[in-house]
Design a binder for this molecule. Sequence first.
Ligand SMILES: NC(=O)c1ccc[n+]([C@@H]2O[C@H](COP(=O)([O-])OP(=O)(O)OC[C@H]3O[C@@H](n4cnc5c(N)ncnc54)[C@H](O)[C@@H]3O)[C@@H](O)[C@H]2O)c1
Length: 459
Amino acid sequence: MTPTHLYIYWIKISNKKGEKMLRGNEIKPAEGKLGVMLVGLGAVSTTFVAGVQAIKKGISEPFGSVTQMSTIRLGKRTENRTPLIKDFVPLANLEDLEFMAWDIFEYDAYESALKAGVLEKELLDKIEPELRSLKPQKAVFNNNYVKKLHGTYVKTGINKMDLAQQLMDDIKRFQEINNCSRLVMAWAASTEVYLESDPVHNTLESFEQGLRDNHPAIAPSMIYAYAALQMGVPFLNGAPNLNLEIPALRKLAEEKKVPVAGKDFKTGQTLMKTIIAPGLKARMLGIHGWFSTNILGNRDGEVLDDPESFKTKEVSKLSVLETILEPEKYPQLYKNLYHKVRINYYPPRGDNKESWDNIDIFGWLGYPMQIKINFLCRDSILAAPVLLDLILFIDLAQRCNMSGVQEWLSFFWKSPMTAPGLYPENDLFIQQMKMKNTLRYMMKEDLITHLGLEYYNEM
Ligand SMILES: NC(=O)c1ccc[n+]([C@@H]2O[C@H](COP(=O)([O-])OP(=O)(O)OC[C@H]3O[C@@H](n4cnc5c(N)ncnc54)[C@H](O)[C@@H]3O)[C@@H](O)[C@H]2O)c1
């Protein structure tokens, strides 16, 4: 099999439990409104919603958004066919997005955005009515899973199944009132404490019994995902929480034929890692150590100040280098790599995170060199376009009848989900190629291998 055949085969098997994948003009059109349901109305969600409203009003351009700004090459380089992705595949228009949210605090999106401190008041004032109209619903929350927060705007119920039912009622109401033809749910709420998989997660039956028994291994994020999948709504997991990868939820996604994707938005320091590490590896430069530290002062930083929530994040951040560098294949270069990640809560910085990376590398004859990166980044400014792209792409996947884990969206995740037993691809550029080839496949265009011999053979 050629790489192209292998790739087509991968798409076919990754979709084997769903219906036939729809391609080209078979893809269901993006007609009507797309309801976007955000779990958590904090820094990322408000920066995303405010950005969409500002772009719709012509206040800004959609910088950072692949769906809105990136082009895709089709056919040979000599054909000069490079449409914008949004003109190539049938995506929902920004005008057709309707928002709803859940949060443990009652602040509307305007108040919450002011508190998050990412965007300036002057900008928020220009879109105040749109933001004011986004008022959250009461959340499903339990302080045992996010120790640093004490929310008051929280649902009560006889058990976790009852809470899931209440979420499904919220979903139905939102869809009816806003006349949405399709929905997507995204977890952009706080990182929950580290949870190991538990037998209760193993089957849908044991999970549903666990919901009725208030089993402690079922976290609020799983209750939201369960509610979404039961309603046939695609779910995105923006945090590193154990969630969609548990067998019960995977099974439910397959049974309901719903696409899902996760986890943990790829922004900031990890984005840099997935840009730089593949380059060092491509040139066969060794790495002795990679020390990463951050200061950040937003609520996310406060939540991550709790060691149990930090552990969830740490596992997600650490796994990236392993899968890019493949120390088992290159023991001389990466076997002894010492990788350390630290996050320090430092309130004066707010959302304007600062990260430092010290990378101790070595080259020819083992001579050592160092790389220092000081990234003064804005986490939510990087996360918001990622959230937009994921929402538009997973809605597209659903209209193509694609279901289960959408590995072609790895590009956007710190810890990409894969089929069971398959290692994740973390190299940003391989992820980008996979994403663009999937879009070409959807639209029945030739996949691009970058072989390019034809340019020379024909001369
Ligand atoms: N900002 C980034 O670049 C980035 C990158 C990767 C992942 N993330 C993850 O995205 C999530 C959101 O980040 P943020 O910066 O917006 O954080 P944030 O603290 O500003 O917002 C999270 C919101 O979720 C609410 N919340 C907590 N538990 C909830 C629940 N059970 N139901 C509903 N609402 C709940 C909180 O009250 C808060 O308003 C975090 O888990 C973070 O780790 C963020």
